[in-house]
Design a protein. Structure first.
Length: 281
């Protein structure tokens, strides 16, 4: 597995397994299958309500902890550093772990400056190997970096062929923040899996559209965490390190960019209110 090196020297797999929208009851099997297929990076969140099932799969897998890279995320909290530390402890307990590899602020809402200070503390204590953010637009990211000691190691943002984030990736690179894609397949929206441009490129390489999309992201230096509950697709999604897209193919895929989210804009006041006031135990 190829890796990326984060701004604090921590190495992270370039491709992992996401568990968003996998029901709690199916998550232990999915993660067990993913680990058996060869995934070592698992991406969950307190907001997905399946950390405990992820923990069960990890406990039973027999793979040394040091070979795994576990990400979880902090949901929007009531203000104050103590609330963040309590939420982290709960995640750790649900996962059955004594440290996580990556802990992300899930949404750029609420009192995330106190959250970040608490996370810096937890990082210094050694119970989190790297800290980062998710869904931060450039203004929020720059502001957070300007007013804190530790810059995020990661910003996990919607990134796929229809919302490519090239300019933002460049800015993040200048700030030392690794880009990580969520929704690499746009969850199948815009008929991604039958898109004519992606299909033509896939045929050229004897690969699937899913593999071309993941290869295109990995080749751009974007960390990817595709989700699937099907073992055949889990295996398929790992097989992206044995071919290379040409510059002309990268340029063709670049034409698919719409420059906008296919889900929602995190700066939309309705969403800010809706997500920012929702609480997860
Ligand atoms: P995604 O990975 O873009 O798409 C998942 C969908 O694609 C599922 O319907 C899956 O179906 C299908 N699929 C997977 N592999 C396929 C293949 N080879 N061929 C055809 N279909 C395939 O969507 P996502 O789960 O939203 O994003 C990935 C991860 O990013 C999440 O699981 C989560 O960890 C993270 N995420 C983070 C945020 C955030 O706010 N930070 C938001 C969304 C997601 P089957 O399962 O039936 O195979």
């Amino acid at each position: 597995m190829e890796t990326v090196t984060l701004n604090n020297g921590v190495e992270m797999p370039a491709l992992g397994f996401g568990v968003y929208q996998i029901p709690d009851s199916e998550t232990e099997k999915a993660v067990t299958d993913a680990l058996a297929a060869g995934y070592r990076l698992i991406d969950t969140a307190s907001g997905y309500r399946n950390e405990e099932a992820v923990g069960h799969a990890i406990a039973a897998c027999g793979i040394p902890r040091a070979e795994l890279f576990v990400t979880t995320k902090l949901w929007v909290q009531d203000p104050g550093e103590d609330n963040t530390k309590r939420a982290f402890e709960k995640s750790l307990r649900r996962l059955g772990l004594d440290y996580v590899d990556l802990y992300l602020i899930h949404q750029p809402f609420g009192d995330y400056y106190s959250e970040w200070r608490a996370m810096q503390d937890l990082h210094r204590q050694g119970v989190i190997r790297a800290i980062g953010v998710s869904n931060f637009y450039p203004d929020r990211l720059v502001d957070l970096i300007e007013h804190n000691d530790v810059a995020p190691a990661i910003n996990q943002i919607e990134t796929h062929p229809f919302f490519q984030r090239h300019d933002y990736q460049q800015l993040m690179g200048e700030l030392g923040v690794q880009i990580e894609s969520w929704g690499p397949f746009a969850e199948g929206r815009n008929n991604l899996f039958t898109d004519p441009v992606l299909t033509a490129v896939a045929q050229q390489h004897g690969k699937s559209v899913a593999q071309v999309v993941l290869r295109w992201l990995v080749q751009r230096g974007v960390v990817v965490i595709p989700k699937s509950v099907r073992p055949d697709r889990m295996a398929e999604n790992l097989e992206v390190f044995d071919f290379t897209l040409t510059e002309a193919e990268m340029a063709r895929i670049a034409t698919l960019d719409t420059g906008a989210s296919l889900f929602f804009d995190h700066r939309d006041p309705t969403m800010v209110r809706q997500l920012g006031t929702a609480r997860v135990d």
